[in-house]
Design a protein around this ligand. Structure first.
Ligand code: NOJ
Length: 690
């Protein structure tokens, strides 16, 4: 990926080269705008960091370091032996995303610490201060006293000033990341069975900024969850291997970045690029084969019980059914068709590592060769599906052949899946013994990354379900397109308590989506599907389903309903028109758990798209259209809840109309209870020739 402009990269002279007796030392660094200040201290051998904004504390002195598996500690009896500073200001171009250009602007402070006695092992802590937050990571340099290592605990603390409101989901629970976010005081989150929280963890401080704790560049480490710290605040709780070790490795080795995003308002979390900035530049020599688009699928039919993945009279992935779906995609300009249940392995008990999926062996009623040709003739791409059922060994043994098979059949996007619950991913050790691992421990982090790299070698883009959380690695591996990692639309098909409540989609942009794109699969038009599943439904209005294409970013965006439910539906026009790749993104309104309005400009184009969604309360929001080019008229194609729409009683009532607007217009967005609004703004006339 080309770096557009390297504006400055200054390695400032070494500020301090000290071998202190560790009695006390203090170093400060500030963000480029001078508002955030980091204070690193070492006192009586114990390193700590603290963060303040405009002089007000955000993080009180918080500890750093590790407890090693042999019981030795790298969090005390340390001395500061070196420090260095650097500043970065460069702009790079994403091959696809919520915005084309990303500016990395930060100040870096590196501190090298060493044990004061014994093996004198060294540890480097790197801090990067951005205008909108902090990243910190550990480096374990190659050294005689530290070669192979095993970490029992990472000590990193986040001692928050005060007890903010937290939007959280629990870690170490059976459904991985697929929980509804709850809002409590942070201290109130740890009740009952909740002993740790997943990140991104979003925090609302009293009268201060909105914060989000997360991590970046999770490459060869365990995922960070957050547990309560004795005395208040949070501490890092790395997801362990089945034997209790958190991280294994050999030096030199680096941890992911621990990230605190600091935003004036919730919208600042949506547009922050800090997590991407902390990832390594692109490793793909050629990104021209990457693409974005919309897809339909043989998919929702299984979730509502109309089709089956496995063989039998209701098998969904038949040649005939797939052809019909390809015809639909071609007729409506949709790029892809996802086919689940096409291969052998679905009959019987396949989840939790108990299955035997074959990724090059189609069901007899799925004619792969014919379908590859049929799709290609119509300019439609088949989206492959590799449900592993968490049989990681089985998948790793087949993955090269599986991706090669995909390419032979014209498949360039593959959805993977790892259905299993809790600590339910079997790992087969060298001696043949079986150990159950979490989806989020280091062993699985390594597996997910191996698959991304294998996919890249084969020219395959990935959409991962039951994934490891997103930590921005799409910068490095931009074939890692999208993933699940939250409660998506499918929970409405079969989830308990009626699926996702209307509030859900007003929370996701400020929590899960801060991490990166999500394959939420919007676009259900038959919201009630009462004939298929009377006890479930989608808890939104129709207009809200359209708005989700703008509110929830994914470079591969599904039109999730059965194709026949889009027939003769004027609202489907919005799904045809909305892009999945953007030049820029802005947040017009955002109150977590209540409403959000996002506008995005199409990449390389002039059209803007707006999505606005509300919780169960109806409301009127005023949209300032100042983002449009001044002095130009635009046609606003509006897909609004009808005046009598209501997610509960009248979800399908939609009002589609066109009005002329310009950048001075203030547009009233009327959102029904559980509703939303989607708008395409297109210039009324072509720009005059100069
Ligand atoms: C769970 C995934 O989230 C869903 O999209 C998929 O259809 C099923 N697993 C089967 O692979």
């Amino acid at each position: 990926m080309p770096t557009l402009a390297k504006l400055a990269l200054l390695a400032l002279p070494l500020l301090a080269c000290l071998v202190l007796p560790a009695a006390a030392a203090e170093l400060r660094a500030v963000s480029p705008d001078g508002r955030l200040e980091l204070r690193f201290t070492i006192a009586e051998g114990v390193p700590r960091y603290a963060l303040a904004r405009d002089g007000a504390p955000l993080l009180l002195p918080s500890r750093l370091g590790f407890v090693m598996d042999d019981g030795s500690r790298l969090d005390r009896s340390l001395a500061l032996v070196d420090s260095a500073r650097a500043a970065v200001d460069e702009t790079w171009e994403q091959p696809w995303g919520e915005q084309r250009l990303v500016r990395d602007r930060c100040r870096e402070l590196r501190v090298t610490l060493a044990e004061r006695s014994g093996a004198r092992r060294r540890l480097v802590v790197v801090f990067r201060l951005f205008d909108d937050g902090l990243g910190l990571r550990y480096e374990l340099p190659a050294q005689p006293g530290l070669r192979d290592f095993a970490i029992r605990d990472e000590v990193t603390e986040f001692v928050l000033a005060g007890d903010p409101w937290a939007w959280w989901i629990p870690a170490y629970h059976p459904e991985r990341y697929e929980y509804l976010y709850r809002r409590t005081r942070l201290s109130g989150a740890f009740r009952g069975r909740v002993r740790a929280l997943h990140t991104p963890l979003t925090l609302e401080t009293a009268g201060g900024p909105v914060l989000c704790l997360h991590e970046a560049a999770l490459t060869d480490w365990a995922s960070m969850t957050l547990a309560p710290r004795a005395g208040g605040g949070l501490r890092c709780d790395l997801v362990p291997w089945s034997d209790g070790i958190r991280v294994r490795g050999e030096t030199p080795h680096r941890s992911p970045w621990r990230v605190l995003i600091v935003a004036d308002d919730p919208g600042g979390l949506v547009t922050s690029t800090l997590v991407l900035s902390l990832n390594e530049p692109c490793r793909l020599a050629d990104t021209s084969w990457l693409g974005t688009g919309k897809y339909v699928g043989i998919w929702w039919g299984m979730h509502i019980g109309r089709y089956t993945w496995g063989s039998g009279p209701r098998h969904g992935a038949t040649t005939e059914n797939v052809k019909r779906t390809i015809d639909f995609a071609a007729a409506h300009g949709l790029a892809g068709v996802l086919v689940e249940g096409w291969n052998r392995g679905w009959d019987g008990d396949w989840a939790g590592g108990r299955g035997d999926f074959r990724f090059t062996e189609p069901h007899p009623d799925f004619d792969a060769e014919a379908l590859a040709a049929y799709a290609a003739e119509r300019g439609v791409a088949l989206v492959g599906h590799h449900e592993t059922g968490a049989d990681v060994a089985g998948y790793e043994a087949q993955v090269e052949d599986a991706f090669a098979w995909c390419r032979r059949h014209g498949i360039r996007v593959v959805k993977t899946g790892y259905v299993s619950w809790g600590r339910g991913v079997p790992r087969i050790a060298e001696d043949g013994s079986i150990h159950n691992e979490w989806h989020h421990g280091q062993w699985m982090v390594r597996h997910y990354r191996r698959v991304v790299e294998a996919a890249a070698r084969h020219g395959i883009m990935l959409d991962v379900h039951e994934p490891i959380k997103d930590t921005g690695i799409r910068r490095t591996w931009p074939n890692m397109m999208t993933r699940e990692g939250a409660r998506g639309q499918e929970w409405n098909a079969w989830g308990p308590a009626g699926g996702n409540p209307p509030e859900h989609e007003t929370v996701l942009p400020f929590t899960r989506l801060v991490a990166g794109p999500m394959d939420f699969t919007p676009g259900i038009f038959d919201l009630l599907f009462a004939d298929a599943k009377p006890s479930n439904r989608v808890n939104t209005t129709l207009a809200k389903q359209l708005a989700l294409y703008v509110v929830i970013y994914s470079p591969w965006q599904m039109a999730a309903d059965l194709p026949e439910h889009y027939a003769d539906q004027p609202a489907f026009r919005f799904i045809e028109d909305v892009p999945a790749d953007w030049e820029e993104t802005r947040v017009l309104h955002g109150l977590i758990g209540e409403y959000v309005t996002i506008v995005r400009r199409e990449r390389g184009g002039e059209d803007w798209f707006l999505g606005s969604v509300t919780d169960e309360a109806g409301r009127v929001l005023e949209a300032d259209l100042g983002f449009l080019d001044p002095g130009r008229d635009y046609v606003a194609e509006i897909y609004a809840d009808a005046p009598d729409a209501d997610w509960r009683s009248n979800p399908l009532a939609i009002d589609i109309r066109e009005v002329l607007v310009d950048s001075a217009t203030r547009l009233r967005l009327r959102l029904a209870p559980g509703g939303g609004q989607a708008i395409r703004f297109r210039p009324a006339r072509a720009r005059p020739e100069p």
